[in-house]
Design a protein around this ligand. Structure first.
Ligand code: 5BU
Length: 263
């Protein structure tokens, strides 16, 4: 039984809308293509932050395995906030194992990711069976679920930046278009606009970090690289005023998107 499915009218309304459609309506209604990565180790802190920046984001990305204080009650609170402010919840799990194992990782254990994450990230490295397995495990959940395939990574020397690899990822997306909503990518991979391109490695002031992360600006990501959604972490979470910085990235991202749309 999923407690997530019982609470409140807002939740029931947004929970039945397909994820692709939610991205579109959120972008138009809230004027945002910003996904905040809250790479904080306290879920309490993420909950507080999400209430403050909820109106500015289309998606919140977390890594549940870095949280010191994870509990199903708290993640349920975050889920409710995501419904109230209308943003999607992405668990950046980067599944990368055989089908049987990823099914267990997705649905069991401390995190029971499938019960609360609208979206998860997936490596296609083990073969497309990984996607089939994940899709199969959420068939009984009566709320939309989807995934983003990791096609290209932002880090220096990533082995994913190989043409054949990326082709294989696109082929996999085309085979499972109901469950695969789009890609984590560093470039536009297909002209098929049903696939949403999400780009991490975004910063207005830095070009990288000390551990191989590489940044481009929101404009470079959207205009140059064809991103639909900007995934922004420390540029916001390490800033002095997170709310104000979040608004700045929202505005910059949406302005570039509107300019391109009007050309
Ligand atoms: P940053 O603080 O904006 O550098 O965080 C970027 C986030 O995006 C972080 O959570 C990474 O795990 C995630 N990420 C990434 O940076 N690059 C990638 O190629 C992929 C994920 Br896939």
């Amino acid at each position: 039984e999923l407690p997530a499915l019982k609470n409140g009218i807002i939740e029931m309304k947004s929970s039945s809308i397909p994820i692709r459609q939610r991205f579109q309506t959120i972008r138009e209604e809230k004027k945002t293509n910003l996904c905040l990565c809250a790479d904080l180790t306290s879920l309490d802190e993420i909950i507080e932050l999400s209430k403050q920046v909820g109106p500015n984001i289309c998606m919140l990305k977390i890594h549940c395995d870095i949280l010191n204080d994870f509990s199903m009650e708290k993640i349920q609170q975050l889920k409710n906030i995501s419904r109230t402010f209308n943003f999607l919840l992405l668990e950046d799990r980067k599944f990368a194992d055989i089908g049987n194992t990823v099914q267990l990782q997705y649905t069991k254990g401390l995190f029971q990711i499938a019960t609360w994450a609208d979206l998860v990230t997936v490596h296609v490295l083990p073969g497309e069976g990984i996607v089939q397995a994940l899709e199969q495990s959420v068939q009984s959940i009566d709320e939309p679920r989807g995934c983003l395939l990791i096609a290209q990574m932002s880090s220096k020397g990533a082995l994913t930046n190989n043409e054949d690899y990326v082709k294989g990822v696109i082929k996999c997306a085309e085979k499972y278009p109901d469950y695969v909503i789009g890609f984590i990518s560093q470039s536009r991979l297909t002209t098929d606009n049903k696939f949403i391109h999400c780009t991490p490695g975004i910063h207005l002031n830095n070009t990288g970090d000390q551990l191989g992360q590489q940044y481009v600006t929101p404009r470079q990501a959207i205009d140059g690289r064809g991103a639909d959604i900007l995934i922004v972490g420390r540029a916001i979470t390490d800033s002095i005023n997170r709310i104000k910085t979040c608004e700045e990235y929202q505005q910059e991202g949406y302005n570039v998107y509107e300019q391109l749309r009007n050309i």
